[in-house]
Design a protein around this ligand. Sequence first.
Ligand code: ADP
Length: 250
Amino acid sequence: MNKESDISSLTAENERLLKTGSAKSDIVSVGTHQIRTSLSALKWIIKMFLDGDLGKLTTEQENLLRKAYESNERAIKKVSEILLINKSEDIAEKEPVFEKVDLLELIDSCIFDFSGEAHACGIEIIFLTPNEKPKPVRGDREKLRIVLENLIENAIKYNNQNGKVFISIKEIEKMIQVSIKDTGIGISTLGQSRIFEKFFRDENAEKKEAMGSGIGLFDTKKIIEEHGGKIYFESKQGNGTTFFFRLPIY
Ligand code: ADP
């Protein structure tokens, strides 16, 4: 085979893989939506029994139904998580479209989206904004939103009750650096060497929070690197974690 036919067969194979990948992701998305709809229907039926709408229950019946309700709630949460991962994996895999991105505005909007979740865990998110507005970065807004969502969500998820999340932004070595610091469980020494591997979850994280896939940081690193940026972290088990990423100025 010559070079040209090598390239065209690789291109065809690449297109085939992309199509298969996207078909799979569509199947997951449609399937999980249907499962979530069925689980939600079940939820309301169990709730009607628990609320006594269909007559008084014995203590034994009520205890069993309460367990069924809780188990169903866990399943709904897991399915919702699969839907979210599927969506963010789709975004992470697509070709980036670069434009001028105002990170300050994007961070503000992400903090707003997580305010309910943080409040429910008694966690305060503090955005330490600089006096001078930072320069815009060259980035794909949708992909950078995934990065911020992953890092902020982890800073809440792996935090302690009533913990804090500090976010800051500054210009450093001709790049814009964002840091997301939490006061949570930290990452073990073993975890620190494997944190960006796909599907890796640290033992302490699995104990604290059953929900998780180990995909978020893998995608986050991929996105930052395709932007010509860098990501790193500092952490101590039991003593919080700070993630830093830098992106080129537009
Ligand atoms: P997930 O959170 O779904 O498990 P991620 O890829 O986002 O997946 O993170 C991978 C692992 O990195 C987590 O399971 C956890 O062990 C660790 N981790 C990530 N962020 C933090 C953090 N802020 N504090 C402690 N551990 C973290």
